[in-house]
Design a protein around this ligand. Structure first.
Ligand SMILES: Cc1cc2nc3c(=O)[nH]c(=O)nc-3n(C[C@H](O)[C@H](O)[C@H](O)COP(=O)(O)OP(=O)(O)OC[C@H]3O[C@@H](n4cnc5c(N)ncnc54)[C@H](O)[C@@H]3O)c2cc1C
Length: 374
């Protein structure tokens, strides 16, 4: 199908990947991003095997690996003594010479994607959003918050959890929901024994993730009241206090380094999963705008990135937009549903809302699914 113009709303992980993937199919692309500074917080993100493969597919693997720390193994420790209970390697999907997974700072991931988007000719405009969107049979007329306007064959809403595009096309869709947990993250000097991701399971739910030869980050999952807020002042002490409860020695040893309030990034876990269609007319959604999961499986960004690749494939292959959007959603649903529902289940079990679950078996099932070709 010939597409002469695509507008992508949101210059985050999914929107940038969509811009790259569409340009690689020869489609002219404009990305708009609301944040004039295009800022991203500097903590880390786990990018698993399917993301490493995806970075290869968009031609960004070398840059991605040069800015991140690769690893193959995941080690699980349990209980207050931090006893190792499992260790496994995941496959190297991009080829035997490349690592299976990486840890990377979000700022570096954004540079990888923004550089590639610029290289392939995606136009990015910062500090604006959609004011109005009017669709007729042949296209979508869009006016922007800076007074400019444009007409597009396709509009892609990649504007995250609180998507304005979703609210516009599906005003009755469910709203994002707080699950009851927060994730706290803090960058730390890397410890020599960190050969991959180390996960500490209950009663302190935490993890250590390498991001470079000398940097790692700690994540900590806690249960917080619905209206809980953490101001910057006192954030380091708040994270230390929570981590110290029943901390295994590997976590406890790090607390002394957690002194900078501004270095703490704490966020509530909020979710949404659109079970129905992901498009209306010429407007389609991807990433957190349709399926924001809790980070228990480390796959939220991976799902947004894969959405972008599959959407570009289907737009290229199908004869009509309707067929492309339907095929896109059909291909994406099994793994998006697995990630969203499994992540939620693990969090609910951590909070005692449901009986304990076998996290190892659930994670193995997710990893086997996302290792399949997209
Ligand atoms: C605490 C936490 C930890 C996480 N850890 C991991 C992890 O380790 N691994 C992993 O894979 N995933 C993780 N995730 C999930 C991951 O961050 C998201 O799934 C991913 O960022 C989704 O990408 P996206 O492009 O859909 O949305 P976003 O990254 O949210 O990007 C949306 C973009 O749209 C812009 N925007 C919003 N509204 C508008 C508008 N109206 N107009 C224009 N622009 C707009 C925003 O400014 C933003 O740049 C985590 C999430 C959280 C909350």
């Amino acid at each position: 199908m010939h597409i002469s113009s695509a507008l992508i709303v949101g210059g985050g992980i999914g929107g940038l990947t969509a811009g790259i993937a569409l340009r690689r199919k020869g489609i002219p692309v404009e990305i708009i991003e609301r944040d004039p500074d295009w800022s991203v917080y500097g903590v880390g993100i786990i990018q698993q095997l399917n993301v490493v493969r995806a970075m290869d597919q968009i031609g960004a693997l070398k840059d991605f690996l040069s800015r991140s720390q690769g690893f193959d193994s995941t080690t699980i420790f349990a209980g207050p003594e931090g006893k190792q209970v499992a260790k496994f390697d995941t496959p190297r999907l991009a080829g035997p010479e490349y690592p299976s997974n990486v840890g990377i700072r979000r700022t570096e991931l954004q540079k990888v994607l923004a550089n590639k988007a610029a290289e392939v000719g995606a136009k990015v405009r910062l500090g604006l959003t959609v004011a109005t969107m009017t669709e007729d049979g042949d296209g979508v007329d869009v006016t922007f918050s800076d007074g400019t306007a444009g007409r597009y064959d396709v509009v892609i809403g990649a504007d995250g959890l609180f998507s304005q595009t979703r609210r516009t096309i599906f005003p009755d869709a469910p709203k994002p929901r707080y699950t009851g947990q927060w994730v706290w993250r803090y960058n730390l000097p890397r410890v020599p024994e960190l050969d991959g991701i180390h996960v500490f399971a209950g009663p302190c739910n935490a993890g250590l993730v390498p991001m470079s030869a000398d940097l790692m980050y700690m994540f900590l999952v806690t249960q917080e009241a619905e209206n809980f807020k953490q101001p910057v002042a006192g954030a380091a002490e708040a994270m230390r206090t929570r981590a110290a409860r029943m901390a295994p020695p590997q976590v406890a040893a790090q607390l002394v380094h957690m002194t900078d309030d501004a270095g703490v990034v704490g966020r509530p876990m909020e979710v949404i999963l659109l079970e129905g269609e992901w498009h209306k007319g010429r407007v389609v959604l991807l990433g957190d705008a349709v399926h924001a999961a809790t980070p228990h499986q480390g796959q939220g960004a991976g799902m947004a990135i894969e959405d972008a690749l599959v959407l570009a494939d289907e737009l290229d292959a199908a004869d009509t937009l309707e067929a492309a959007f339907t095929a896109y959603r059909t291909r994406r649903w099994p793994r998006v549903e697995q990630v969203a529902k499994t992540s939620l289940m693990i969090g609910d079990a951590q909070m005692g809302k449901i009986p304990p679950v076998d996290v190892g078996a659930l994670t193995a099932k997710t990893l086997a699914l996302v290792a399949q070709p997209i």
